[in-house]
Design a binder for this molecule. Structure first.
Ligand SMILES: NC(=O)c1ccc[n+]([C@@H]2O[C@H](COP(=O)([O-])OP(=O)(O)OC[C@H]3O[C@@H](n4cnc5c(N)ncnc54)[C@H](OP(=O)(O)O)[C@@H]3O)[C@@H](O)[C@H]2O)c1
Length: 237
């Protein structure tokens, strides 16, 4: 029996961290476009569960906490043999007091952000990258705040450092996989109203997500590493 994402007539995406916010909106937008979506969550009762209940032929769910390497490997093992047009690692966190400097942040908060946004995301890329179709896309949710060039005024020191480190780690991954033909995308989606982005962000999820999805799909076949905003424009390192 075919699992939803293995049906040949539909394109497919694996989204790690799709319970709510941008990850959920990405899942919903791809489903609207007729893609098969496999999204991961950490807990029951999320918006993604509602979407899967509405569209069981298009949306399926795995449970995964990116900070648990054994869970990553177990999900990867369950999915071996399947192929996705896009593998996208979305999940991420910010420290509870984003204004903390390196002098002010607690070691626990620093470690939590780095383990989630860098180590967890890259372990997911390493594990799930093998599931990407040759010529497809392997992407991660970076941030414009990961740009060192554009960091003129500081703020959000820990979060910025985590996304810059993620970009650097993806660059290492790209170097080791230079002979492969997947596009590697670091997505800077813009400042968007979610639990993380807050209510002051200038962009709504509804406005931003179709552009993010368009930008990801446009990278199909574009081998190499790309740090892009949601309109497909290059972001300076
Ligand atoms: N919103 C913005 O303005 C903005 C701008 C630039 C970049 N980003 C990036 O976009 C991504 C999504 O952000 P958002 O605004 O949608 O934030 P959000 O509403 O807080 O959602 C965060 C998502 O990450 C998941 N997650 C957190 N820790 C995880 C872990 N250990 N394992 C698996 N999943 C985990 C959460 O799952 P749970 O529901 O289980 O907590 C949730 O699905 C993040 O990487 C963020 O850094 C956001």
């Amino acid at each position: 029996m075919n699992s939803p994402t293995s049906a040949p007539s539909h394109r497919s995406i694996l989204i790690v961290g799709a319970s709510r916010g941008l990850g959920y909106a990405m899942a919903a937008e791809f489903a609207v476009r007729g893609w098969r979506v496999l999204g991961t969550v950490r807990a029951p009762g999320t918006p993604l569960h509602g979407l899967a209940a509405e569209q069981p032929d298009l949306v399926e769910i795995e449970t995964l906490d990116m900070t648990d390497h054994d869970q990553i490997l177990a999900v990867r093992d369950r999915l071996l043999g399947r192929q996705f047009d896009i593998v996208f690692i979305n999940g991420g966190v910010v420290n509870p007091s984003p204004g903390d400097t390196m002098a002010g942040v607690s070691t626990d908060d620093f470690v939590h952000v780095m383990v989630t946004n860098v180590l967890g995301v890259m372990r997911a890329v390493e594990a799930f990258g093998v599931l990407a179709r040759p010529g497809g896309v392997i992407g991660v949710m970076s941030s414009g705040q990961g740009s060192i060039t554009n960091n003129a005024n500081g703020t959000n020191d820990v979060y910025r450092a985590s996304k810059a480190a993620l970009n650097q780690a993806m660059s290492s991954y790209a170097g080791r996989h230079a002979s492969e033909v997947c596009a590697l995308v670091l997505m800077a989606p813009g400042w968007i109203r979610t639990d993380m982005g807050g209510s002051n962000a200038p962009f709504s999820v509804e406005d931003a997500m179709p552009e993010i999805v368009d930008a990801l799909i446009a990278q199909d076949g574009a081998a190499g590493l790309h740090f892009l905003d949601r309109n497909g424009r290059t972001v300076p390192w």
